[in-house]
Design a protein around this ligand. Structure first.
Ligand SMILES: [Zn+2]
Length: 266
């Protein structure tokens, strides 16, 4: 080992003694070569592999929710649809993927909890990078030219200090080598936290909560947007964002969604 590496190794070991690092999932102490998550939990991370499948349970759920928005957008643009479909570039289906499956019982729920409520930006970065790496290998997602986080209301962002979706989106944009846009989509009003609401309550809570502006000339270059959030449950938040974006982008612009976690069985 070179002297520099030995010094770094020594410093890491000393730091671990002062402030031991723990696995975000199981809470066990991390080894020197482990970061955020231990190798055991990493090996068992319940990956969805949805980025390898255009049609999957998450995109089916999302498309069921957004269907009426899609129909409206495409019906108004018959000529464009015919043109686009004939050269095979677009279809009436939005793509969706998540990195891993989420359940309230599984210890992997700690990843989202730590990112959202414990100020663990490093956790968001780590799993955001992992999601970005998967999307970069996906034929469905790798051509995206704009990554957008679901906006947080300014009051909540001020209180929390950051927007967890933005932390993930930054890493995804870096992995895809594309732009991060936090200026087109806005939260119009503050909403109640979605956690304790039922499906209908969630949809009503976020309806019309978002709006989109196309302020910049370079927005004309956008062909494929990926909307990013931390978790996908009923899809109501992403549906509200999708509706706002659809109102300013023509149907030829594809809008996909990607999250860290997907809640099955809703
Ligand atoms: Zn662990």
């Amino acid at each position: 080992m070179k002297l520099r590496q030995r010094i770094i190794h020594g410093l890491k070991a000393a730091a671990d003694l002062i402030l031991p690092r723990a696995c975000v999932v199981c809470g066990e102490r991390l080894l020197l070569n482990e970061r955020i998550i231990c190798l055991h939990c990493q090996a068992d991370l319940p990956l969805t592999h949805f980025w390898e499948q255009k049609h999957n349970p998450m995109s089916d759920r999302f498309n069921a929710v957004i269907q009426h928005v899609l129909e409206k957008a495409w019906n108004g643009m018959e000529w464009q649809i015919n043109g686009l479909l004939s050269n095979g570039t677009r279809e009436k289906y939005a793509y969706a993927t998540a990195l891993f499956f989420y359940s309230h019982e599984a210890p992997y729920r700690h990843i989202l909890y730590n990112l959202k409520y414990e100020g663990r930006i490093d956790v968001g970065r780590h799993f955001g990078r992992m999601l970005g790496a998967k999307l970069a290998t996906s034929s469905t997602f790798k051509d995206a030219d704009c990554v957008m986080p679901v906006p947080l209301h300014w009051a909540r962002k001020w209180k929390r200090g950051y927007n967890q979706a933005e932390i993930i989106a930054k890493e995804v944009a870096a992995a895809l080598g594309t732009r991060l846009d936090c200026g087109i989509l806005h939260r119009r009003r503050r909403t109640r936290t979605q956690t304790r609401l039922d499906i209908k309550g969630k949809a009503t809570n976020v309806e019309d909560a978002f709006e989109a502006y196309l302020p910049r000339l370079d927005s004309n270059d956008i062909k494929h947007i990926i909307l990013i959030d931390d978790v996908f449950t009923t899809g109501s938040t992403l549906h509200a964002c999708f509706t706002a974006l659809r109102s300013v982008f023509p149907p030829s612009v594809r809008i996909s969604v990607a999250t860290l976690a997907f809640v099955g069985g809703v």
